[in-house]
Write a protein that binds this ligand. Structure first.
Ligand code: SF4
Length: 632
C-alpha cells in the first residue's frame, strides 16, 4: 500500500490537499489532509467523487482524428504527425487557448513554453475576474491580499457577491470556526445569506451605488473610534467632494432597493464589529461595469480600514521559468474568434479549457471553430462541447496520473501533486504531450525536453521554497503573512487607460426583458466536471413567484428562453431566492448534454474600460411553450 500527496487541481481556489492510498497500482482511497490549515480534513461533494472521475467509463481512451463530428482512434505517432503537418503548413498562424480547467503549474505553463517556441498567439480565458483584477491592481491592493492565516485576528467578515457555502467551503468553515460575525451582500438569496448574521440584497447590478452611498455616509458623519483606513487624507477629501456632488443618498436607495437607514445601520455594525475584511466574489465583477463595482466596494473597505480577500493568480520568477519567457503578450479571448474568421489563425490548440461551454456567446465560438481551413487540436479527459469541433483530440491525464505543483489563487500555500497511478488508457499528461509535440516538430532547444522532475526542481530553486518540507508536509507557504502597507488609490492617473474618476451609471433594461444571472452550482467546479455530476437538474430556469405569477407560469412549465444571440427550451422552476427582474440559469452545463448553456445568451463584448466580460449584463425574454401536464 503506497501513500502519496494529491492536490485537487480542478480549477477551484481551495486547492485541497489529499493523501491518496494506492494498492496494486490502483487508487483505493482519497483522504483529505487533516493538518493542512485550509483543507482541515474536509472535501466538498465534488472532491468526494474523485474516484469516479478518475475511473469514469467516458474518459477519452486514445487520440482521435477526424472532422465534421466523426472521428476514429489513431495512435500517438499518427496524432503527432498530424500536429506537425498542421503547424508546418501554417507558419505564423498558430494560436492557443487555455483556461482555468487545471490549476497545475506544470500543466498550464509548460505547454506555453512550447507555444512560445512556435511563436503562437496566446489567448487565456480569465474573463470572470478580469474586471476586478485590473481595478485592484490600479488601486494598489495587489500586495494587500488578506491572508487566511490571519482570520483568527478578525471579528467580522463581509461576503460581497459570493456564496462560499458552495464555492469556497473551506473559507466558510474557517469563518465559522473563528466565530466571525457574517454580513452577506448579494441580490440572490443564496445558502450563504440564509446562514449569515446580517444580509443586504441590493438589486442586481447596483452594488456600486450601494458601496458609494455607504462611503458617503461614512465620510459625512462623525463616528466614535473612527478607523484610520488605508487612504491618503487628500484622496479621502477628494472622494468626499466627488460623492457629495455625484451620489445622492435618496437616488442610491431607490436604485439599490436598500434604505438609507439600512445602509447607515450596516455601516455602524461594520465599524463596531471590526477588525474585519471583505471577500470579493466573481459575481460582483461579472457586469459590464464590474471593474467600477470592484473599485467602489474596495474603496469602501479601504476607507473603513477593512482588509480584502479576493482570488488572483500571482506570477513570479518560478512561473516565468515554467512558461519559458518567449511568449508574446496575451490577447483577449473574444478577439480569437474574430481572428479565425479573418483567417489570421489556422491552427488552434485548446488545453485546460472548454470554450464552447464557458466562453460568452457560444454560437459565435461554434461558428468560428467550424471555419473552413482551421485545424482545432484539443487536449482533454472527456468529450466536451469543444472536442465536438476538434480535428484532433488528445487524451489527457487527471491530476492523479501526473506530477505537478499547485498554487491556490486564494490561500498562500504551494502544494505538491504526486503521480498516484500510471496514466489510464492511452492518456498522457500535458507536459508529456507538449514535449512530444516539440520533438515531432524537431524543435532543438533542450529546455523544451525538461522532465517533470527537472521542472519542479527548477521552479523550487527559483522561488527558494523548501523542497524537503514540501515533500514531507505536502505544502509550503509561498507568501508572507503581512505584505504591503502603501495607501490605496481611489482616483487613477489621468493618462492611464482606466477612468480617473469613478464611472457611475446603471444599465437600461430592454422592454419586457429579464437580467440573466448564471452563478456556479455547488456540484460544478469547471465545466469538465459536468459529465460526472449526478444530482444536478439539467435544464432548469429559475424565477421568483412574483415573476412567475406575472407571466402566468408555474413550476414545471416548459418555456423558451431567448435573446438576439440564442434560444433554448427549458423547464421553469419557481425559486424565491431569485431577485425580481432576473432569471437564473446555473453555469457550466454542456449544451450537448443538457440542451442549453447560459452562454448561448451572453455577450462577449468587452466591458467599458476594464475589458472584462459582463456575463450578468445579459438580458433575455421567455415565453410559455405548452400547458403543464394535468393543469386544469
Ligand atoms: S473542488 Fe475545491 S473544495 Fe472540492 S475538493 Fe477540489 S479544491 Fe477542495
Amino acid at each position: 500500500m503506497a501513500h502519496v500527496w494529491s492536490t485537487c487541481s480542478t480549477g477551484c481556489f481551495d486547492a485541497c490537499l489529499m493523501e491518496s492510498v494506492v494498492q496494486r497500482k490502483e487508487l483505493k482511497e482519497i483522504n483529505p489532509c487533516e493538518e493542512h490549515p485550509i483543507t482541515s480534513g474536509l472535501l466538498c461533494p465534488k472532491g468526494n467523487k474523485f474516484l469516479k472521475y478518475l475511473y469514469h467509463p467516458y474518459r477519452i481512451k486514445s487520440p482521435m482524428a477526424g472532422a465534421g463530428f466523426r472521428w476514429e482512434p489513431v495512435d500517438w505517432s499518427q496524432a503527432l504527425g498530424r500536429v506537425s503537418l498542421a503547424v508546418e503548413e501554417n507558419p505564423g498562424k498558430i494560436a492557443f487557448l487555455t483556461g482555468r480547467g487545471n490549476r497545475g503549474l506544470l500543466s498550464t505553463l509548460f505547454p506555453e513554453r512550447i507555444m512560445g517556441a512556435l511563436n503562437a498567439y496566446p489567448f487565456r480565458s480569465g474573463f470572470c475576474r478580469g474586471n476586478g483584477e485590473k481595478a485592484l491592481d490600479a488601486m494598489g491592493w495587489t500586495d494587500r491580499q488578506m491572508d487566511p492565516r490571519r482570520i483568527g485576528e478578525m471579528k467580522q467578515v463581509v461576503f460581497w457577491g459570493t456564496n462560499p457555502k458552495w464555492s469556497s467551503l473551506h473559507h466558510w468553515f474557517l469563518v465559522l470556526k473563528h466565530k466571525l460575525r457574517i454580513l452577506s451582500i448579494d441580490p440572490l438569496k443564496t445558502v450563504t445569506l440564509k446562514d449569515s448574521d446580517d444580509i443586504l440584497r441590493p438589486r442586481p447590478g447596483t452594488d456600486h451605488f450601494l458601496a458609494w452611498a455607504m462611503a458617503r455616509i461614512f465620510l459625512e458623519e462623525s463616528w466614535e473610534d473612527e478607523p484610520e483606513g488605508f487612504v491618503h487624507a487628500e484622496e479621502r477629501e477628494r472622494l468626499k467632494s466627488w460623492l457629495l456632488e455625484r451620489v445622492s443618498l435618496e437616488e442610491a436607495a431607490e436604485i439599490t432597493g436598500i434604505s438609507q437607514e439600512s445602509m447607515r445601520r450596516t455601516l455602524l455594525g461594520l465599524l463596531r464589529n471590526g477588525p474585519g475584511y471583505f471577500v470579493l466574489g466573481a459575481g460582483l465583477q461579472r457586469y459590464n461595469h464590474g471593474g467600477e463595482t470592484i473599485r467602489a466596494v474596495a474603496s469602501l473597505a479601504a476607507l473603513i480600514g477593512y482588509d480584502l480577500s479576493y482570488q488572483r493568480d500571482e506570477e513570479g520568477e518560478g512561473e516565468r521559468y515554467l512558461a519559458g519567457g518567449t511568449l508574446r503578450e496575451g490577447y483577449p479571448t473574444h478577439e480569437l474568434f474574430r481572428w479565425i474568421d479573418e483567417g489570421k489563425v489556422k491552427v488552434l490548440f485548446v488545453f485546460n479549457a472548454n470554450p464552447v461551454s464557458t466562453h460568452p456567446d457560444s454560437n459565435t465560438v461554434k461558428a468560428a471553430l467550424m471555419k473552413e481551413g482551421l485545424t482545432v487540436i484539443v487536449s482533454d479527459l472527456f468529450f466536451t462541447d469543444t472536442t465536438k469541433f476538434a480535428h484532433l483530440i488528445l487524451p489527457s491525464t487527471s491530476f492523479f496520473e501526473h506530477s505537478d505543483l499547485v498554487k491556490s489563487p486564494w490561500h498562500p500555500f504551494l502544494q505538491i501533486n504526486q503521480r498516484a497511478v500510471e496514466p489510464l488508457h492511452l492518456s498522457r499528461s500535458l507536459t508529456d504531450q507538449f514535449r512530444e509535440i516539440a520533438k515531432a516538430l524537431k524543435l532543438e532547444d533542450p529546455s523544451l525536453q525538461e522532465s517533470d522532475e527537472e521542472l519542479i526542481s527548477g521552479y523550487l530553486s527559483r522561488t527558494g521554497l523548501d523542497r524537503e518540507e514540501l515533500m514531507r508536509e505536502g505544502f509550503v507557504p509561498f507568501r508572507k503573512e503581512r505584505v504591503g502597507e502603501e495607501p490605496i488609490t481611489l482616483f487613477f492617473p489621468p493618462e492611464g487607460e482606466l477612468p480617473e474618476e469613478p464611472l457611475l451609471d446603471c444599465e437600461v433594461v430592454p422592454e419586457g426583458a429579464y437580467r440573466l444571472i448564471s452563478p456556479g452550482h455547488r456540484d460544478l467546479v469547471s465545466s469538465q466536471f459536468f459529465k460526472i455530476t449526478t444530482n444536478f437538474l439539467p435544464d432548469r430556469v429559475f424565477v421568483n413567484a412574483e415573476e412567475a405569477r406575472k407571466a402566468d407560469l408555474k413550476s414545471g412549465d416548459r418555456v423558451r428562453v431567448f435573446n438576439q444571440r440564442g434560444a433554448a427550451e427549458m423547464t421553469l422552476e419557481v425559486k424565491n431566492e431569485v431577485p425580481s427582474g432576473a432569471i437564473l440559469i446555473y453555469k457550466a452545463p454542456w449544451e450537448s448534454q443538457a440542451g442549453y448553456s447560459p452562454n448561448l445568451f451572453t455577450d462577449d463584448t468587452p466591458s467599458t474600460a476594464y475589458k472584462g466580460t459582463g456575463f450578468y449584463s445579459t438580458f433575455v425574454w421567455f415565453e410559455k411553450l405548452e400547458e403543464r401536464a394535468g393543469a386544469s
